[in-house]
Design a protein around this ligand. Structure first.
Ligand code: CP
Ligand code: NVA
Length: 312
C-alpha cells in the first residue's frame, strides 16, 4: 500500500509501498551511489536535511547504515530510543510524530507492531521509513535483492528458499516475490508458519510450502534464513530452540540448491543454530556484501523519498 499524505509525501512502511519500476530505479541509483562512495566522490544531495532515527529495539546495521549514509549524503541525524525520549514515558505516538516531523525531513523507525509505524506515518509531515517491525523489514529485503542482482543479475523468475521462522523477513520476501516476479520456497516448523493475511499478499501464487527444509532448498538460486527468535519474542526462546532444531541451514541444504546458489542472512547470526558455520563462512555466503549494501540502497531510498527520481 502506498500511503499518501495530503501533500503527496511517500512513506516506506512495507515492501509494496514502491512499484517494480521504482525498485528498478533504486537499484540503478544504489549502484551509482555505491560507486561514488568507493571512489571517495563527494555527493551531498541531502545537505541541510535531517533524519530522525527512532529505535525501540536494538540495532547495529540499521543504525550504522542510516547514520553513516545520511552523513555521506551531506545531511545529519538525530538518534532517539525509547529509554532516552518521551516515547518511553507514554507520549502518544501521534504527538511524537507531529513534533518530530516538524523539526526533521525524514524519519526512520524500528519498533514492535506495524500499526505503530502506520500511526506515526499518518501524523507525520515527512516521509517515514520502516527500519524493522514485528511484521516487516523492507530495507533489508531491498539490500538482499540488490545484492542478488550484483552477484547473479535479475531476480525475476528465480527461486528463493526461506528456511526457518515465518517472521518479518519471511513476510517481506513474500511481498517482494509477488511484486518482482520470483518464487519463494518456504519451510517453517509447525506453529511458526507465515500468515498470508499478515504478510499482506494478494494470492498464494508466488510461494510454495515445504515440510522438509531440504526439499525447500532443492533447485533454489538463493537460500536464506534468520534467527529462530526475533526481537520481542525472547520469552519463547527455549520452546523455539526445540521446535527449530531441524531448521539449521547446513551443507546438505546448500548441496540441494543449485550449484551456484547464494546464501544470505540479514544478521545478526547464531552459528550452530539457524546456520552452520561452514555455510555462513563458506564460499556461497554473501552476508558481508548484504550487510554493506544496506547503506547503499538506503541512501538511494532516502534520495528518492526526499528528491524524487534523480537521474544524476
Ligand atoms: N539486519 C539488521 O537489521 O541488523 P541490525 O538489527 O543490526 O540493525
Ligand atoms: N527477524 C529478526 C531480524 C533482525 C534484524 C528480528 O526481528 O529480530
Amino acid at each position: 500500500m502506498i500511503t499518501q499524505q495530503p501533500n503527496n509525501i511517500r512513506h516506506y512502511l512495507q515492501f509494496t509501498d514502491l512499484s517494480a519500476d521504482e525498485y528498478a530505479h533504486l537499484f540503478v541509483r544504489a549502484t551509482d551511489i555505491k560507486r561514488k562512495f568507493k571512489a571517495y566522490e563527494k555527493y551531498h544531495p541531502l545537505a541541510d536535511r535531517t533524519l530522525a532515527m527512532i529505535f525501540e529495539k536494538a540495532s547495529t546495521r540499521t543504525r550504522v547504515s542510516f547514520e553513516a549514509g545520511m552523513y555521506q549524503l551531506g545531511g545529519s541525524v538525530v538518534h532517539l530510543t525509547t529509554g532516552d525520549s518521551q516515547l518511553g514515558r507514554s507520549e502518544p505516538i501521534e504527538d511524537s510524530a507531529r513534533v518530530i516531523s516538524r523539526m526533521t525531513d525524514l524519519v526512520m523507525i524500528r519498533t514492535y507492531g506495524q500499526d505503530k509505524i502506520e500511526r506515526f506515518a499518518s501524523h507525520s509531515r515527512v516521509p517515514v521509513i520502516n527500519g524493522l517491525t514485528n511484521e516487516f523489514h523492507p530495507c533489508q529485503i531491498l539490500a538482499d535483492i540488490f545484492t542478488y542482482i550484483e552477484h547473479r543479475g535479475d531476480i525475476r523468475g528465480k527461486t528463493v528458499a526461506w528456511v526457518g521462522d515465518g517472521n518479518n523477513m519471511a513476510n517481506t520476501w513474500l511481498q517482494a516475490a509477488e511484486l518482482l516476479g520470483f518464487k519463494v520456497h518456504l519451510s517453517t516448523p509447525s506453529g511458526y508458519e507465515v500468515d498470508q493475511a499478515v504478510a499482506g499478499l494478494r494470492s498464494a501464487d508466488s510461494y510454495k510450502i515445504f515440510k522438509d527444509p531440504e526439499d525447500a532448498c532443492r533447485g533454489a538460486d538463493l537460500v536464506t534464513t534468520d534467527v529462530w527468535t526475533s526481537m520481542g519474542y525472547e520469552a519463547e526462546n527455549e520452546a523455539r530452540k526445540k521446535a527449530f532444531a531441524d531448521w539449521c541451514v547446513d551443507e546438505a541444504m546448500m548441496q540441494a540448491a543449485k550449484p551456484d546458489a547464494l546464501f544470505m542472512h540479514c544478521l545478526p547470526a547464531h552459528r550452530g543454530e539457524e546456520v552452520s558455520a561452514d555455510v555462513i563462512d563458506g564460499p556461497q555466503s554473501v552476508v558481508w556484501d548484504e550487510a554493506e549494501n544496506r547503506m547503499h540502497v538506503q541512501k538511494a531510498l532516502m534520495e528518492f523519498l526526499l528528491l524524487g527520481r534523480v537521474n544524476a
